[in-house]
Design a binder for this molecule. Structure first.
Ligand SMILES: [Zn+2]
Length: 264
């Protein structure tokens, strides 16, 4: 299966390829991710955050892509009178914060929305890169986030982390870097441009110390074989017991002690 804009996020593509977001989903809850893959269950989540993110992304991709995206999501983006809903008035602020920044414009040059696939850790991965500058050997990922300095407690990292760790962006940058370097046979540096949903939005250009990649490499190496077996139906999926899917299927079987509330 060859990937393109239309089928990149399809269920078929998710079966055929591993992706960073699928891997992250499996790490969060195997049972929910498998049920989603099998199309037995769909998260009931509000898509607005995702659509705001794509709205910002397509703006920097091309005028055509942005117009098409607004057309496809007209009902979410626009009110009946044709003006933007509050979340998208905010999204326009986010776009402008980047658009009027000289450093952003200087760096955000290259091929947009590059789709690529490749073998890593013995399986085929898919990736979609916001902006790839082949000549200068770097790529850029745009991230929309709540705040640049918000702290999140992370079990995986064993401490408080930034949004970049919490949302698996270091892992994502590591995988994309590997895929690009394998395909183009040259060193490629990832950068993140983050823009916040605050008013006015905060912006940041972020680089990643290469030492951080070791931990991501180790995590994938350790967890991927089991995740692939779960995906192929060879290992039983583990339920996290806390997510939307698990809460929906929860049945009590006895008491827990107060201490278990924070330990499960
Ligand atoms: Zn779960």
């Amino acid at each position: 299966m060859d990937l393109n804009r239309k089928n990149y996020y399809s269920n078929e593509a998710d079966w055929q390829y591993m992706s960073v977001s699928q891997f992250k989903d499996f790490m969060k809850c195997e049972a929910a991710t498998l049920a989603k893959l099998k199309e037995e269950w769909k998260p009931n989540s509000d898509d607005t955050a995702l659509i705001v993110g794509n709205y910002v992304h397509t703006y920097f991709e091309s005028e055509l892509a942005h117009e098409e995206y607004i057309d496809e999501n007209r009902q979410v983006i626009l009110k009946k009178d044709g003006t933007e809903r509050a979340a998208f008035v905010q999204a326009i602020d986010m776009i402008e914060a980047l658009e009027y920044d000289d450093f952003f414009n200087f760096v955000y040059q290259g091929e947009k929305e590059v789709i690529l696939t490749g073998d890593l850790f013995g399986t085929e991965w898919k990736a979609r890169i916001d902006c790839f500058n082949y000549d200068k050997g770097y790529f850029v990922d745009l991230k929309t986030t709540r705040s640049l300095s918000q702290r999140y407690w992370s079990e995986r990292y064993g401490g408080y982390v930034s949004f970049a760790e919490e949302y698996g962006y270091i892992m994502q940058m590591y995988v994309y870097k590997q895929l690009l370097e394998k395909k183009f046979n040259k060193e490629v540096t990832p950068y993140i441009f983050a823009v916040t949903k605050e008013s006015p939005p905060d912006i940041s250009a972020i680089q990643i110390h290469p030492a951080r990649y070791d931990f991501e490499h180790y995590t994938i190496e350790e967890k991927l074989p089991h995740i692939l077996r779960v995906k192929m139906g060879e290992d039983a999926p583990t339920a996290c017991g806390k997510c939307e899917y698990c809460r929906k299927n929860k049945r009590l079987s006895g008491f827990i002690e107060i201490e278990d509330l924070l330990n499960t």
